[in-house]
Design a protein around this ligand. Structure first.
Ligand code: FMN
Length: 230
């Protein structure tokens, strides 16, 4: 394992949704396993671990999924008002073939039996757990210099059939995973003028939701300021 892996704050700061920066080299098996191990260590409601990971490397499967996603991209673009369609057009939304590896993350609502501790009143906690596994994977990959791109332009039924998910397991994500030549410092959707982020002070509320923000934002050491090579 690399001696110069990043601290968790550095990984959080560096992490990007990667589409165009994959080198084309596949991620090696040992690294992939460490990343999947990080995902599998995520917290989960009732310790149910409701996730599964299908690793896809077959070029024909990657191509089939990329073609499906391309169709969904066109559908989305065609439904946009003309001005938004123009902004959207140059934005790349996936690196399915270039990354060389897809990880399909499945969610099994039945995992953990009928009485999942903590899920009785909040039905979605199983899906939340699965998404936490994805975030663990994403940060671990970043620490390894491996890019991850989340693709959600798909019909769940198509993807389930493509990778043979059994009934009851639904896909939550297709993750493009592979080495990158750099991590962008600014999210693509900001760089291309689709949507910018908002400051933390707007997201933080005190005591009640109506009381937004804080008078002055304390300084943070994890703001992205420079280009960092993996
Ligand atoms: C649930 C989810 C689905 C997403 N689906 C896509 C997608 O289909 N295509 C894409 O290019 N990015 C997708 N993204 C990535 C977001 O666009 C990205 O996280 C956001 O623009 C912020 O950029 P950053 O991740 O580089 O900080 C998705 C992210 C999440 C969390």
């Amino acid at each position: 394992m690399s001696a110069d892996r990043l601290s968790v704050y550095e990984a959080i700061r560096l992490r990007r949704d990667v589409r165009a920066e994959f080198t084309g080299e596949p991620v090696d098996e040992d690294t992939l396993w460490r990343i999947l191990d990080a995902a599998h260590r995520a917290p989960s409601v009732g310790n149910s671990q409701p996730w599964d990971f299908v690793v896809v490397r077959e070029p024909d499967t990657l191509r089939q999924f990329a073609d499906h996603v391309a169709g969904k991209r066109v559908e989305f673009r065609d439904a946009l008002p003309p001005e938004r369609a123009t902004t959207f057009e140059p934005i790349k939304i996936e690196g399915i073939v270039e990354s060389g590896t897809g990880v399909v993350v499945g969610y099994d609502h039945d995992r953990g039996g009928p009485q999942v501790l903590g899920r009785a009143t909040v039905h979605e906690t199983g899906v939340y757990s699965t998404v936490l596994a994805i975030q663990n994977l994403w940060l671990a990959a970043t620490a390894e210099g491996i890019g991850v791109g989340w693709v959600s332009f798909y019909d769940p039924e198509f993807l389930a059939e493509l990778v043979g998910l059994p009934p009851g397991i639904r896909p939550v994500a297709w993750l493009c995973v592979g080495p990158v030549h750099e991590f962008q410092t600014v999210p693509d959707l900001e760089r291309y003028g689709w949507r910018t982020g908002r400051p933390l002070s707007e997201a933080v509320h005190r005591e009640t939701f109506g009381a937004t923000g804080i008078a002055t934002e304390p300084s943070t050491n994890i703001a992205a300021t420079e280009t960092i090579a993996p």
